[in-house]
Structures are given as structure tokens and as C-alpha cells.
Design a protein around this ligand. Structure first.
Ligand code: CO
Ligand code: ZN
Length: 318
């Protein structure tokens, strides 16, 4: 899990993916045949040649905040970058690229979810200005079979792609590992990344909610029950060929799996399946609790199951 730790420790909000991209590129370089960054900043690594073209996709960016205004005392007003849980922002810490940290405070009479009444207090450290972006802090920790971090969404997915890439040998298909930018602000990177590839099949790897904590919204995914094969979310209805292939491969190889139907939120699969004349697209998801908080929680066995299933999926075309 050293690599996962390293990936989650990068501070790379949407549109500022440079640091995490450098870490991923350094790893991917060792295992792929060709690697490049496209115009928007997506990192694309190809392994194998000839035969079917398969896209495996995970977003690199994480949620954060952007400074909109600095008052004369140095308090910073901000706006969300990606979907923030507005009720749980106060007292959380953020970190700017130069290492300056700040605490989110709120005006005395404000409702707990009014971002316009919140501010970041850096104690006037550094020289943060409007336009600067920050990420939330949240140390990586391993405890029993689980991991906790502020950025399992979606460094866990990036880790799964790198794991699968590492294991593949002598492929007679073309696997494109696509690490996308700006997913959290609307699946933007995936839109252009897959345009030039003209893939036959695609699988997006991302985190998904669970329905296994006290009094949560009902959902059939639970942590520790295996990789989730996506049936649909708000952005995509997965192609039945991909969905069924993933289910059969999991069953044949004794990889624990469950089915995911997510009623809120989307993934890169949403952007990929409508590129060009359409791509047969599915998803493998990692059951994760407290998504978009500074303590996202997942089970290492589910992450391993996702990597195993992704590997089998790619090899099945070779
Ligand atoms: Co997310
Ligand atoms: Zn995500």
C-alpha cells in the first residue's frame, strides 16, 4: 500500500493535477510501451498492440476549493472545486500548493452549510491570492484491512490501474490506461482523452458509495464484499456486454464482486460511452464510505479484487 499512500498524499485538485500526474507517470513508465499527456493534461499509457482497443480509465483529480476574494485582514473567501459536502466543512483544514495551511471558519450567525458565509483562515501565512486552489488535508492511515485518506476518490482507482498494468505480459490487444483530469467538475478530461483512441471497449474505475452504515440511504453495495460491477449511475447505463463480461470473469476466477446501482453522482464512464460513435463502456467501483470527506474509507481486499478483475478483463481480449 506504499504506492496508494504516496498517490493519496498528492494535493491535486481539478485542473491542477501536475503533482499526482508526475507520480503516476514515473510508475507507468516502467510498465507500458508508450506514454503521453494530451492537451487538457490527461495521462495516457498504452500497453500491447494490435487487436481490440480497450480503455481503462481513472480520474487523477480530487475535490478542493478556489479562493475568490481576500479581505484586508487576510481572510479568504472561497468557492467549491467539485462537489463539497457543505454541512461538513467548518473546522476542516486545507493546504495550498506552497504548503500554507488554513482552517475553514464560518460567520457567527450563518447556517452550517452556507459557503458564502465561510472563510479560510491561514493566520496570514504565505501570500494566498484569488485564483489559488487548495485541497483538504487528511492523513493516509492503514488499520486492519481498511485504509482511510482524503483522496481515495480516486487515487484508489489510479492505484488499481497501475496494479493491473504492472501484471500484464505479452498482450495481443491494445490497452490504454487513461488517467483523467477534471472529473470532479464534470467528467471533462475523459471527454477528450478517449476521442483520439477510438476504443472498442472501456471500463472506468472509481469509488462508489455504500449502504452499510447506520441509518444511511439504502444501497446494495457494502464495504468488504468485493469489487462492485457498475450497472448504472446518473451518467451512464453500462453496456450489457461489458457488464456481463465483468460478472462472468469475476465468477470464473473467484473474485468477490457485487452489483452497483448508484442513484447519485456519475463517473468518467458517462463521458466515455458517448465519445465518437459510442464506446461499449462499463465500470468497476471500489466501495467507499464517507466519499468527499477528509476520511474516505475502503477495504484493501476490495481494492485488490478490483485490480484482479481489471486484469482479467484486459487479458480476456488478448
Ligand atoms: Co469524487
Ligand atoms: Zn471519483
Amino acid at each position: 500500500m506504499e504506492l496508494l499512500k504516496h498517490l493519496t498524499e498528492c494535493n491535486s485538485p481539478s485542473g491542477r493535477e501536475d503533482s499526482v500526474r508526475a507520480v503516476i507517470a514515473a510508475q507507468a513508465q516502467k510498465y507500458c510501451d508508450e506514454i503521453y499527456t494530451d492537451t487538457l493534461g490527461n495521462l495516457i499509457a498504452r500497453k500491447g498492440s494490435g487487436g481490440k482497443k480497450i480503455v481503462l480509465c481513472a480520474h487523477m483529480d480530487e475535490i478542493g476549493v478556489v479562493v475568490t476574494y481576500r479581505d484586508d485582514k487576510g481572510f479568504l473567501r472561497f468557492a467549491p472545486v467539485g462537489g463539497l459536502d457543505k454541512k461538513n466543512l467548518v473546522n476542516r483544514r486545507v493546504i495550498f500548493p506552497d504548503g500554507v495551511q488554513g482552517v475553514i471558519g464560518i460567520e457567527h450567525d450563518a447556517e452550517k452549510n452556507e459557503i458564502s458565509k465561510m472563510y479560510i483562515d491561514t493566520g496570514c501565512a504565505g501570500n494566498v491570492q484569488p485564483g489559488d486552489m487548495a485541497c483538504f488535508t487528511g492523513e493516509f492511515c492503514e488499520s486492519g484491512s481498511i485504509v482511510i485518506s482524503k483522496a481515495l476518490d480516486n487515487r484508489a482507482g489510479c492505484y488499481v490501474l497501475l496494479e493491473a498494468m504492472k501484471r500484464l505480459e505479452n498482450l495481443s490487444c491494445e490497452a490504454y490506461f487513461v488517467f483523467t483530469v477534471q472529473e470532479e467538475v464534470g467528467l471533462r478530461g475523459a471527454k477528450t482523452a478517449c476521442f483520439g483512441i477510438d476504443a472498442d471497449y472501456a471500463v472506468a474505475v472509481d469509488v462508489t458509495d455504500t449502504g452499510d452504515t447506520p441509518d444511511c440511504a439504502p444501497m446494495s453495495v457494502s464495504m468488504g464484499s468485493g469489487a462492485a460491477v457498475k450497472v448504472m449511475d446518473r451518467s451512464v447505463i453500462c453496456h450489457s456486454e461489458v457488464r456481463n463480461r465483468l460478472i462472468s470473469l469475476a465468477a470464473e476466477n473467484n473474485i468477490p464482486y457485487q452489483l452497483e446501482i448508484m442513484t447519485e453522482g456519475g463517473t468518467d464512464a458517462g463521458a466515455i460511452h458517448t465519445t465518437g460513435t459510442g464506446v461499449k463502456t462499463g465500470g468497476i467501483s471500489i466501495p467507499t464510505r464517507y466519499i468527499h470527506s477528509n476520511s474516505e474509507m475502503a477495504d484493501k481486499n476490495d481494492i485488490k479484487a478490483a485490480a484482479d478483475l481489471l486484469e482479467k478483463f484486459i487479458v480476456s481480449f488478448s
